[in-house]
Design a protein around this ligand. Structure first.
Ligand SMILES: [Zn+2]
Ligand SMILES: [Zn+2]
Length: 242
């Protein structure tokens, strides 16, 4: 067999890549949609409801759905997509919330990103007001408490985490302060003003559409219903009137 040098070998490989190979059976390889990042929609701390603890830090199963929620947004995909395998005890049926009902069949496209500044919302949308990007850890100095000692009856904020209790990568949008005063934080979606945080994570969902949920009260305070290929959800808007 004739020897070929390295340059010839590379040229030969290159031409193989350029020539489409013939197939015995026609058809396209199956393209799976990218998985939905449910972790983006989870809370990063445990909530209390009366004496019960509600741990929304990971997706959970309920009535055939896998849900993720942080209390303000709830997203669900069919449970056979296997992202969450645990159930949460004592949790009322999320799917029984009246807001899943639709007012009309008309789904609108998610609007282009146009964040605005709002004097009542300087909460940093990138780090959720914590000063640190996900995944966050407990501050090693104060163990996540946020305080470091007392002076004159008042607790001193930890100098390392500036009282947030978190550690990790400092947020560049607010320089770790958790406040984004003077920077855009709010996205308008139809009548609802939503935190830029939700605009960021929802915008990643494939084929995202929205419509107002049904219910009584001012349109700007009703939750948004959204859907995407693979699931749907609810999002509470910001109340910027208070
Ligand atoms: Zn600290
Ligand atoms: Zn920030």
């Amino acid at each position: 067999m004739a020897k070929i040098n390295r340059r010839e070998a590379i040229g030969w490989l290159g031409s193989c890549l350029l020539v489409p190979s013939l197939r015995l059976l026609s058809g396209q390889p199956e393209r799976k949609p990218p998985p939905i990042e449910l972790a983006d929609f989870c809370a990063d701390c445990v909530y209390h409801r009366g004496s019960k603890k509600l741990d929304f830090r990971a997706p959970f199963l309920q009535s055939g759905w896998t849900y993720a929620t942080d209390g303000s947004v709830a997203i669900r995909i069919s449970a056979d997509q296997e992202q969450g395998q645990r159930a949460i005890a004592h949790l009322p049926e999320v799917g029984a919330l009246p807001y899943w009902q639709l007012e009309s069949g008309r789904w609108r496209n998610w609007p282009p990103r146009r964040w605005i500044e709002h004097p009542r919302c300087d909460w940093c949308p990138i780090c959720e007001g914590t000063g640190y990007l996900r995944p966050r850890k407990d501050c090693p100095r104060c163990n996540g408490w946020g305080g470091c000692g007392w002076e004159g009856g008042a607790e001193l904020p930890c100098e390392i985490c500036r009282g947030s209790g978190y550690a990790g990568h400092k947020c560049p949008y607010c320089d770790g302060s958790g406040h984004a005063a003077g920077r855009p934080t709010v996205q308008q979606v139809g009548p609802a003003a939503i935190s830029g945080r939700y605009d960021l994570i929802l915008r990643k969902l494939p084929d995202l559409r929205w419509q107002p949920a049904s219910g009584a009260g001012p349109a700007e305070l009703l939750p948004l219903r959204f859907r995407f290929s693979g699931g749907d959800g609810l999002l509470m808007p910001l109340d910027l009137t208070r």
